[in-house]
Design a protein around this ligand. Structure first.
Ligand code: AP5
Length: 220
């Protein structure tokens, strides 16, 4: 199964990606996480990406596309994958479609998580992420057992630099302008599946499982 996760910042893509990973046994390829890893290593790519990310802007298409297509050619992604945060523009979607078509492994679905902007802002104001394993917590909705510490690996929980309200609202604006057109792009291709992303993470997980229940097995 080859799935794309769409939706505004705070819709819960990362949260549901983790659950899908467990359920389907497929790797998550999350462009935001890959960039943040490079930023923490202070690599050349990280320094370049950081200037865009801190302002809530998109990293240029050519950089992202190269990075993702390279990642998709790794052995663990050959039997399927969950793409979180890519594509985010029509040129990115076209590059992905062309590359997968050449290899005869088309996308199975694009799952679009719908959420109200104010709910997204509230969720992101309370988000904490493990600096080690990247698990996602929320001070209000999913607090860690010990404040500041990851339940699973004990890593330090950190706030993302782009989660302040001003930057979140800019990210939401950019989402509407650059990424929302992808809904039509995927709808035209019969791939779009919309999911109500409000309510508890368990409820959203159940709706997602229902939405993909007709798709073929991961190896197809
Ligand atoms: P990225 O890391 O992809 O961020 P994003 O798309 O803005 O999405 P978020 O990670 O903020 O939200 P999410 O939907 O994953 O929500 P989460 O599950 O964490 O991108 C960051 C930056 O990288 C971009 O701005 C850009 O600069 C760059 N970039 C990345 N990809 C790019 C690309 N393709 N092209 C160009 N640039 C790119 O949940 C949020 C919070 O809510 C958490 O605290 C969680 O616990 C909580 N929560 C989740 N679900 C629920 C629920 N159902 N109920 C209550 N709380 C919930």
């Amino acid at each position: 199964m080859r799935i794309v996760l769409l939706g505004p910042p705070g819709a819960g893509k990362g949260t549901q990606a983790r659950r899908l990973e467990e359920h389907l046994g497929l790797p998550i390829i999350a462009t935001g996480d890959i960039f943040r890893e490079h930023v923490s290593q202070d690599s050349e790519l990280g320094r370049e990406a950081r200037s865009y990310m801190d302002n809530g802007e998109l990293v240029p298409d050519d950089i992202v596309v190269r990075m993702v297509l390279d990642r998709l050619s790794q052995p663990d992604a050959l039997n399927g994958f969950i793409l979180d945060g890519f594509p985010r523009t029509v040129p990115q979607a076209q590059a992905l479609e062309n590359s997968l078509a050449e290899e005869g492994r088309p996308l199975s679905a694009a799952l679009k998580f719908n959420i109200d902007d104010e709910v997204a802002v509230k969720r992101l104001a309370n988000r904490w992420t493990c600096s080690n394993c990247r698990r996602i917590y929320n001070a209000e909705f999913k607090p860690p057992r010990t404040p500041g510490e990851c339940d699973v690996c004990g890593g330090v929980l950190i706030r993302r630099d782009d989660d302040d309200e001003v930057t979140v609202r800019r990210r939401l604006d950019i989402y509407r302008k650059e990424t929302e057109p992808l809904e039509f792009y995927f709808w035209e291709r019969g791939l779009l599946r919309e999911i109500d992303a409000e309510g508890s993470a368990d409820d959203v997980e159940a709706r997602t499982a229902e939405e993909i229940s007709d798709l073929k097995e991961p190896s197809s």
